[in-house]
Ligand binder design. Structure first.
Ligand code: PRP
Ligand code: URA
Length: 207
């Protein structure tokens, strides 16, 4: 189940993000702006509860988010989306999931997991700019489910039909919000046209 967020501002930012000439500092800033838009869309349906607030004039009948959200960046590149998410949801609990793709097989290799316990009814949001084979995201969802989460969303900037298909098979209950569904994977399992290696571009390690 996925939603492609195609706001004109998103399309504009993506066009600069993809450009191979865009440097890391600008890349990070664009990832921040895109994350705001993905998060706005993804959090549209989180549960809220009524709360009465005293204004200087009278009582206002307001609503607050019911349960603390959990956000889980997939290391490394997901960290590039974390600050923007926390700008919007400052009291979110933060977990971390470390996984990298083996260079030869592109299969996920898990190396770190620190996931906070869910509050009753709470939603977990996985953040990672890229959904390619979906091996990394699928492993992160499995880890969250083992920790007790049953409402899970994924924010990814660029995805592709192969990865979305795999997620639909592995975790059909998870909602994915993406800025672009690209054409396909190449022989090395990189997304085409994509934007290259998101972690290297974010952290300026393109050596
Ligand atoms: C990238 C990206 C995703 C993963 C996507 O991470 O940030 O986590 O690849 O590919 P997949 O859908 O085929 O699993 P990478 O493995 O390059 O690790 P890094 O962020 O530590 O560089
Ligand atoms: N990881 C990336 O960073 N880019 C891709 O195209 C695929 C996986």
């Amino acid at each position: 189940m996925y939603t492609e967020v195609k706001h004109p501002l998103m399309l504009h930012k993506l066009s600069i993000l993809r450009n191979t000439g865009t440097e890391s500092s600008a890349f990070r800033e664009l990832v921040r702006g895109i994350t705001y838009m993905l998060a706005y869309e993804a959090l549209k349906d989180v549960d809220t509860i009524p709360v009465d607030v005293q204004t200087p004039l009278e009582t206002a009948h307001c609503r607050r988010i019911q349960s603390r959200l959990t956000v889980v960046p997939i290391l490394r590149a997901g960290v590039g989306m974390l600050e923007a998410f926390l700008d919007l949801v400052p009291d979110a609990a933060v977990g971390f999931f470390g996984v990298y793709r083996d260079h030869d097989t592109a299969k996920p290799v898990e190396y770190y997991s620190k996931i906070p316990k869910p509050e009753a009814g709470s939603t977990a949001v996985i953040i990672d700019p890229m959904l390619a084979t979906a091996g990394s995201s699928s492993a992160a969802v499995s880890a969250l489910k083992r920790s007790g989460y049953d409402k899970i969303k994924i924010l990814c900037i660029v995805s592709c039909p192969e990865g979305l298909g795999r997620m639909e098979q592995d975790h059909p209950d998870v909602q994915i919000y993406t800025a672009a569904v690209d054409r396909a994977l190449n022989a090395h399992k990189y997304i085409l046209p994509g934007l290259g290696d998101a972690g290297d571009r974010l952290f300026n390690t393109l050596d």
